[in-house]
Design a protein around this ligand. Structure first.
Ligand SMILES: NC(=O)c1ccc[n+]([C@@H]2O[C@H](COP(=O)([O-])OP(=O)(O)OC[C@H]3O[C@@H](n4cnc5c(N)ncnc54)[C@H](OP(=O)(O)O)[C@@H]3O)[C@@H](O)[C@H]2O)c1
Length: 327
């Protein structure tokens, strides 16, 4: 089996704690290099994670022709430029969620991928979890009937402090950080971007720290979303309501490695509670991406799905009045 050689742009927490260990655990994948804006930080991360090479700039890593694919866990506002540079060098690119801060950047990335023929994918790990695939199956096999409403919420408490999520110029804010998960799920479940959005929200400093929206999809589908930096992470539900039934996941987007719980209600049938065994969704994501890089097969989720989500983000942001936050 051809070994897929990965390079990682930055020493971001999500890479160090989850994605790099997941890549290393997949047979036929190797993390060959890591880059940081700070050479010493790159060397330290390389030593800690047993990565053979360290670079003191992202550019140097992209110039290394032995690298097959680049994983980009940079602040959201930097995703597009670095992805385009990597794609222009013919590298396959796995970009952290959200793919970009909006549709213009996302299209620029998709066009660069189209020109180079290299694979571009968004690292929405929740899509690869068996519990979300179960929801997709209930939609595709007709168990729920035509989907009419999708509800999604995701909250966690983010204290003030030096965090990229609180910096507007880096693409911070609750919508881009966590609201993008339910928006993405809605676009996948309805099979398109919304056509119209109403939204409200509050602001902390120069980012949104709460927002809620009502999204209209072609054919009459409705999406209801809310996301928040002010409330505890107790659950992050996804509820899909069809003409014959409803499925609900209790912790849809970042359930960790434990078992996941859900409920299926179908007209005329006993309610069914189900448990989906815990799994490493980062491993499933990386494995799927590496297979496509190795074999040239179509990725499990197309870049068009990410473009729909980027458009939904644009519509939400455009509709937000963003009043001052309560604190
Ligand atoms: N899929 C998931 O489960 C998940 C979870 C969390 C975050 N994410 C996504 O992953 C990305 C990174 O999030 P994170 O929480 O891991 O970020 P983080 O720990 O703050 O790391 C971001 C990294 O970007 C680099 N960087 C480059 N320019 C920067 C700048 N001007 N300011 C700050 N850092 C800069 C830094 O690395 P160097 O100094 O080493 O260059 C920094 O370590 C975001 O897109 C986020 O949405 C995904």
């Amino acid at each position: 089996m051809k070994v897929v050689k990965w390079g990682v742009l930055s020493t971001a927490r999500i890479g160090v704690e989850h994605v790099i260990p997941a890549i290393r655990a997949i047979p036929g994948c190797e993390v060959s290099a890591i880059a940081s804006r700070d050479g010493r930080r790159a060397e330290q991360a390389a030593a800690d994670l047993a990565i053979p090479r360290a670079f003191g700039s992202y550019e140097e890593l992209l110039d290394d022709d032995t690298i097959d694919c680049v994983y980009i866990p940079l602040p959201n506002a930097l995703h597009a430029d670095w992805a385009v540079r990597a794609l222009e060098r013919g590298r396959a690119v796995l970009v952290e969620k959200p793919l970009a801060c909006g549709g213009d950047d996302a299209r620029r990335m998709a066009e660069a991928a189209g020109r180079s023929g290299a694979l571009l994918a968004e690292a929405f790990m929740y899509r690869y979890h068996e519990q979300f695939k179960r929801v997709l199956r209930y939609v595709e096999d007709g168990t729920l009937g035509r989907v009419r409403v999708v509800r999604g919420a995701i909250n966690f408490r983010l204290d003030d402090g030096p965090d990229i999520r609180l910096r507007g110029e880096l693409g911070g804010g609750a919508l881009l950080d966590v609201g993008c998960y339910p928006l993405d799920a809605m676009c996948l479940l309805f099979g398109s971007a919304p056509t119209r959005v109403q939204a409200t929200g509050t602001r902390r400093g120069d980012v949104d720290d709460m927002c809620a929206g009502l999204l209209e999809f072609e054919g009459g589908g409705i999406g209801l979303v809310d996301c928040n930096f002010e409330l505890p992470w107790l659950q992050a539900p996804l509820e899909v309501v069809g003409e014959h039934g409803t499925v609900r996941l209790e912790n849809a987007y970042n359930p960790g490695a434990g078992d996941c719980r859900g409920t299926l209600l179908v007209e005329g049938r006993e309610p069914e509670s189900f448990v989906v065994p815990g799994m490493n969704m980062y491993g499933a994501l990386v494995s799927s991406f590496a297979d496509s890089v190795r074999t040239g097969s179509r990725p499990e989720y197309s870049v068009e799905a990410s473009l729909a989500t980027a458009h939904a983000i644009d519509l939400m942001r455009g509709a937000l009045p963003l009043t001052a936050g309560a604190s």
